[in-house]
Design a protein around this ligand. Structure first.
Ligand code: GLN
Length: 187
C-alpha cells in the first residue's frame, strides 16, 4: 500500500505555498478542511496566516478535537508562524483580548508579532540544529517563543532566540520554510 499523503490545513493562510513546497519535493499532499479528511493523511501542516481567523475556522468546522486526537495518536504535526501560535499552550497576551484559542500541543509561551512592527518581515540566518547547518528563514509578522517546557526540544535558533521547537511529534517554526527569500522582495 502506498503511503498516505501529507495533509495541509487549508482553512486560511498560506497553505498554497506549502503545497508548492511539497510539490517541489515530490511529496503527495491533500487539503484538510473537514474532520473526516484527517483520516486520510499521515501528517498535518498548519500554515502561516492569521491565528485569530484560524481559531475561528478550526472551531467552526469542528477540527479542534480531531486535531488533538491526531496528535494524541502520535501523528506528526508541523505549524509555521500562525501555525506555531495555534500549537502553543499559551499566548502571552490575555485570552479574550486577541481571540486566539491555541490547541495546546506544544508546551511553549509565544508572543504574537513578537519581532516588532518595524521589522514585521525580514530574512534571518537561522541555525538548523537538526541538520547542524545555517539556512535563511523568512519571518513574516512572526511570533516570538518566550518560554519552553522541559519536554520541548529547540530545533532552530536565530540570533540566540528559539525559532524552532519540537515536542515528540509536534514541531513549530516561527519562520516560513515553505517560502523562498525572494518572497519578501516580491510582496
Ligand atoms: N501575526 C500572525 C498571527 O498572529 C502570524 C503571521 C504569519 O503567520 N505570517 O497570527
Amino acid at each position: 500500500m502506498s503511503e498516505l499523503p501529507v495533509g495541509v490545513l487549508a482553512l486560511q493562510g498560506d497553505f498554497e505555498l506549502h503545497e508548492q513546497a511539497l510539490d517541489r519535493q515530490g511529496v503527495g499532499h491533500v487539503r484538510v478542511r473537514r474532520p473526516g479528511e484527517l483520516e486520510g493523511v499521515r501528517s498535518l501542516i498548519i500554515p502561516g496566516g492569521e491565528s485569530t481567523t484560524m481559531t475561528r475556522l478550526i472551531d467552526k468546522v469542528g477540527l479542534r478535537q480531531p486535531i488533538l486526537d491526531f496528535a494524541g495518536a502520535g501523528k506528526p504535526i508541523l505549524g509555521t508562524c500562525a501555525g506555531l501560535i495555534m500549537l502553543a499552550t499559551r499566548i502571552e497576551e490575555e485570552e479574550g483580548l486577541h481571540g486566539v484559542r491555541p490547541l495546546g500541543l506544544l508546551d511553549v509561551v509565544v508572543r504574537r508579532n513578537g519581532y516588532g512592527t518595524q521589522v514585521d518581515s525580514f530574512v534571518g540566518d537561522i541555525l538548523d540544529l537538526d541538520r547542524g547547518e545555517t539556512a535563511q528563514g523568512v519571518f513574516i509578522r512572526a511570533p516570538m517563543i518566550l518560554e519552553v517546557g522541559d519536554e520541548v526540544e529547540v530545533v532552530a535558533t536565530f540570533m540566540d532566540k528559539m525559532v524552532g521547537v519540537r515536542q515528540r511529534s509536534v514541531t513549530g517554526l516561527a519562520y516560513h520554510p515553505e517560502v523562498g527569500t525572494e518572497y519578501l522582495s516580491n510582496t
